[in-house]
Design a protein around this ligand. Structure first.
Ligand code: R5P
Length: 289
């Protein structure tokens, strides 16, 4: 069997190690550090094979993680790699997929161009905020869903849940989970007033005495979840659990969420965080088989 070299960027080292273990593949040691002036240094400490996989999320610090990914890609190409599969579990800059105001940079498209230019031959990402991002690539690009993993986890820790989407955008995720768990699902209406302020409304929410689970793709400032949790409490939910794929968690987001009375926050390890209790390693490993 061909053993593939797995390379973990500094944002996804533990996840890369888990994927390598799932696949019985070899994890390439990488020296990555910064010069005193802040510029990045990269060195692969293993002989580079023709077929390699890089795993690197491009969350905060986005520019550094993206630059490191580009350095790794170009370096792999010049060291002889021919097939370079890139796994970006959390795709930073993936939220601006169009020009909302004249003159704006379409950052998702530019990021895709850079990754492709640097040498990626195939791309995988997990629950893209805008699925249109895959269309920006000319190489095969696939979005993986962590929802079945989240559903399996919830199934083990909660009885008779009701799944709540905190806005219409998260409804397809909530429906996916509720169809796996065979339980009810509902949603809230959200209007974003500013990057860190949202307004949330509901119609007839039936959560009285129930174990409510809020499902979203991303928790960033936590504003969306704080509003949803407060509303669930007002409507008499017995318990409130929160789950998301990408724990971006700006500043004290986690504290603000727990302060509303939430029992637990359960996220995946597309980004490393204190609530990343579900690993997407099996999902990525399956995609690579
Ligand atoms: C929005 O459309 C997303 O699905 C999330 O709801 C959003 O990114 C969460 O942001 P925040 O935590 O800042 O409210």
């Amino acid at each position: 069997m061909l053993v593939i070299l797995i390379i973990g960027g500094s944002a996804s080292q533990k996840l890369a190690a888990k994927v390598a273990k799932e696949l019985d593949d070899c994890l390439c040691p990488v020296e990555t550090r910064k010069f005193p002036d802040g510029e990045r240094y990269i060195r692969f400490k293993e002989k580079i094979e023709k077929e390699v996989v890089i795993i690197q999320s491009t969350g905060y610090p986005q520019d550094e993680n993206l630059m490191e990914l580009l350095f790794m890609l170009k370096n792999l190409k010049s060291l002889g790699a021919e097939e370079i599969k890139v796994i970006i579990p959390y795709f930073g800059y993936g939220r601006q997929e169009k020009r909302f105001k004249n003159g704006e940079a379409i950052s998702a498209s530019i990021t895709a161009d850079l990754i492709e230019y640097a040498g990626a031959t195939e791309l995988f990402s997990v629950n893209l905020h805008e699925n249109k991002v895959t269309d920006f690539f000319n190489i095969p690009a696939k979005e993986l869903s962590a929802m079945p993993l989240i559903a399996n986890y919830l199934n083990k820790v909660l009885e008779d849940p009701v799944i709540i989407a905190p806005d219409k955008g998260a409804l397809n995720h909530a429906q996916k989970i509720s169809s796996i768990l065979k339980c009810p699902c509902d949603y809230m209406e959200k209007t974003r007033l500013s990057p860190d302020t949202v307004e949330t409304r509901v119609k007839n929410l039936d959560v009285e005495g129930k174990n409510a689970v809020i499902i979203d793709d991303i928790i960033s400032t936590g504003g969306t979840i704080v509003n949803a949790s407060n509303i669930l409490k007002e409507h008499g939910a017995k318990s409130i659990t929160v789950s998301c794929v990408h724990p971006v968690l700006v500043e004290d987001a986690i504290l603000k969420i727990f302060a509303t009375g939430v029992e637990d926050v359960i996220a995946t390890d597309t980004l490393t965080s204190q609530v990343s209790s579900i690993s997407v390693a099996p999902l990525i490993a399956d995609a690579l088989k």
